[in-house]
Structures are given as structure tokens and as C-alpha cells.
Design a protein. Sequence first.
Length: 188
Amino acid sequence: MTFKSDKNTILSKIDKSKKGKIDKPIKSLIKKINKNSNFYTTSSCSGRIVLLSKPSAKKQDINWLFKSHKKISFKQINSALSPLPNSPVWFRFEPLILHITAKNLKNAQYLINKSRAIGFKRSGIQSTKNKTAVEIASTEIISTIIADKGKLLISKNYLKRLIKEANKKLNTNKDKTKKFIHILQEQN
């Protein structure tokens, strides 16, 4: 199959994510990438703040207590923590992540160079005989346990600080995303 036919096949498929659609904060970015004849997206997340309960190491056992792609408040998090589960509860900020197939290695390298220049430092290329895949991500991550066995392990003040830091990282993530859209406009 050619790059163009692969792209058409992938983009015509139904979104298989749990949410079933592209995250609103990056819809325009995804459109811009997929309109470019040199690229198409295979998966994405705009960046999010989450609370999750992990009774085991298995991904399918994760209970999502809270998820937001926007700034959050202490009230929202406090509410999501009531009642506290018996299993460990994690507070996380996960930055934007994109998986993009590039037409060739030259196009992939262009994306990597530009994305790293604006701060997406955890970006790289995986190339096989038939495909060149690019992962674009940032290093602004928060991942910490905050509760276990039905009890909060941190103070309310520390939780407020985590929320403040996650909101700051979300803003940084948003700024980088805007810059990335601008870069793609230059490339067209």
C-alpha cells in the first residue's frame, strides 16, 4: 500500500479510544496534521490532569476517579476523592502526546527538529521498512501517589500545590501546542 492509501484507510476508521473522539483542545492541531500531505495521526492526547485508583499493576484494573483537559480546582479534586478507595490513588499530569506517521524519514526528521525546538523534548522516530512513525511528547509530567487504604497520604496544602503545578504545566502544554500548529502552517 502507498502512504496515501494507508492515510485514507487510517483516517476513515472509527476512533477506538475510550472517549471515541479527539480531545477538544487539539482538534485544530489534528486537523492541520491530517490535512498535510506528508503526515497523518494515529493516536493523540491533548494533555490531562487525572486521578486514578490502581488496585493492581494491570491497566484494565485502573479506575478513573477524575480526568480533565482543562484547568482544575481544589474543589473538583477534593470531591473526586470522596469517598477514598482502599487501593492506591495517583495524581497525574500527562502532557500532550501525538503519534504521527510521516511520508518519509525527511518529513519525520523535520517534525522532530521543530517539535524539540519548541520544547517537546521527549520526541523520536521509529522507522521500519514500510512506515516512519513519530512520537511527539513533552517531559512535563507529575505522577505521585496521594492516597492509600482509604486515607490521604498528603496534606490538603500539598494537594493544592500539586493542583497549582499541574495547572501551570497544562498552560505550558497549551502554549507549546499553539506553537506546533504555527509550525505546521509554515510547512504546508
